[in-house]
Design a binder for this molecule. Structure first.
Ligand SMILES: Cc1cc2nc3c(=O)[nH]c(=O)nc-3n(C[C@H](O)[C@H](O)[C@H](O)COP(=O)(O)OP(=O)(O)OC[C@H]3O[C@@H](n4cnc5c(N)ncnc54)[C@H](O)[C@@H]3O)c2cc1C
Length: 367
């Protein structure tokens, strides 16, 4: 039996792709409820614009896969291309120039423009950079589609996994609420909590939580098509198809703090939004929420296994704030790894042993 720990988008995507490969003996253990973690707390944007080439390649394939998967899923996740627009100000930072050179070398079609060319922006903002291969989707329809696909076949169990059991170098099961559940293979997709799950036995993976907030405004006439990132303040936003402006600020709080929001962050967001966008001066915030970015030291995900781990133990976590868009492809790659015992070349740079062998990636593009 295969046990998946955590019923977020990654656990459910892996469960679905295992089923597609004919694997039916699967149990998904969830501590709280389906989609309790970041999979229901994100802002559902996708991009290929990373600044480590391996992440960029992964994201390109992940977006191709997501686009195709969106046509196969039960519910339409409204995968939709909008582009990303960076507001850079009067001087383009050297680090951003290096990223855009990488994107040019990969033919990602981005370009520098005067921000004044975007009619929804106020004038005089200086330089902008527009990257076309990016957009939006609706996260709930992804998570729910995968759940609907597997719920009649796979077993769901409510409970907290506190220990992974192994003997003679092989996985034997887990403790769920103190009761033993046998398993031949275990996949940990517990998002920001993945390090806790793997801490017993002592298999440290450096995934740490950072609480981030997001806000949504009341509806206004559609005018902001791309996701806008204001590099100076870290405020980002875009328009939903319904008409709200959704976004956040890059300020976060480390640790497993409560899921509250801060008035000062919300005001920074609202103030900058009004400074940047024309015609929304009196707009109000309808609601705000928070969730955990699951951060790793190199801001890149961790998928697969370490040869020093008990055989049959896998992880897929640590997406550092960009995991929702990767869930469809990552679930497929994990299903392939578990059933065929092969690490796909796309997944190879992200295996957990890179932390032990100090082969970290060079990613810094966290939004
Ligand atoms: C504000 C915000 C905005 C974001 N915006 C974007 C975006 O625009 N685009 C994007 O791609 N990504 C975005 N993300 C990141 C994205 O949401 C996550 O990377 C992704 O949802 C992670 O999915 P997951 O399935 O790995 O983890 P989660 O969805 O967190 O699921 C983990 C599950 O494991 C369960 N669990 C934990 N511990 C245990 C245990 N011991 N036993 C059993 N179950 C356990 C939890 O209850 C939870 O349901 C954003 C995140 C936040 C917070």
């Amino acid at each position: 039996m295969i046990v998946i720990v955590g019923a977020g988008a990654h656990g459910l995507s892996a469960a679905y792709h295992l089923l597609k490969r004919g694997v039916r003996d699967v149990t998904i253990v969830e501590a709280t409820r389906v989609g309790y973690g970041s999979s229901s707390r994100n802002v559902s944007r996708y991009r290929v614009y990373f600044n480590d080439r391996k992440n960029l390649k992964y994201a390109q394939e992940a977006m191709r896969f997501f686009s195709a998967e969106s046509k196969r899923l039960n519910l339409n996740p409204m995968f939709y291309r909008t582009g990303y627009l960076w507001v850079l100000g009067n001087t383009v930072p050297e680090g951003f120039r290096r990223s855009s050179s990488l994107w040019d070398s990969e033919g990602l079609g981005g370009k520098y423009l005067e921000c004044d060319q975007f009619p929804f922006l106020k004038t005089g903002l200086g330089n902008c950079y527009y990257g076309p291969i990016a957009g939006s989707f609706h996260h709930d329809y992804v998570t729910l589609s995968y759940y609907m696909e597997v719920k009649g076949t796979h077993r769901f169990m409510k409970g907290e996994v506190t220990k992974i059991l192994a003997s003679s170098g092989k996985v034997k099961g887990l403790l769920v609420n103190g009761v033993e559940l046998q398993a031949d293979q275990v996949l940990v997709t517990a998002g920001a909590w993945s390090s806790n799950v793997l801490s017993s036995p002592d298999l440290s993976i450096p995934v740490t939580p950072e609480r981030k907030e997001a806000y949504i405004t009341e509806d206004v006439k559609f005018r902001v098509k791309p996701l806008v990132i204001d590099l100076g303040t870290g405020v980002y936003f875009s328009h939903t198809l319904k008409g709200e402006i959704i976004g956040g600020v890059d300020k976060g709080v480390s640790g497993f703090v409560d899921f509250s929001t801060s008035l000062s962050n919300m005001m920074s967001y609202l103030r900058r939004l009004r400074e940047l966008v024309k015609g929304i001066d009196g707009i109000g915030i309808l609601r705000g929420w928070s969730g955990f970015y699951e951060m790793t030291p190199d801001r890149s995900h961790v998928m697969g296994f370490d040869p020093q781990w008990p055989e049959g133990l896998f992880v897929d976590a640590g997406y550092s704030g960009h995991g929702m868009m990767m869930a469809p492809l990552s679930g497929e790659l994990m299903a392939k790894m578990i059933t065929e015992g092969k690490v796909d070349p796309l997944a190879a740079p992200f295996t957990p042993e890179r932390f032990r062998t100090h082969k970290l990636l060079q990613e810094s593009m966290v939004i």
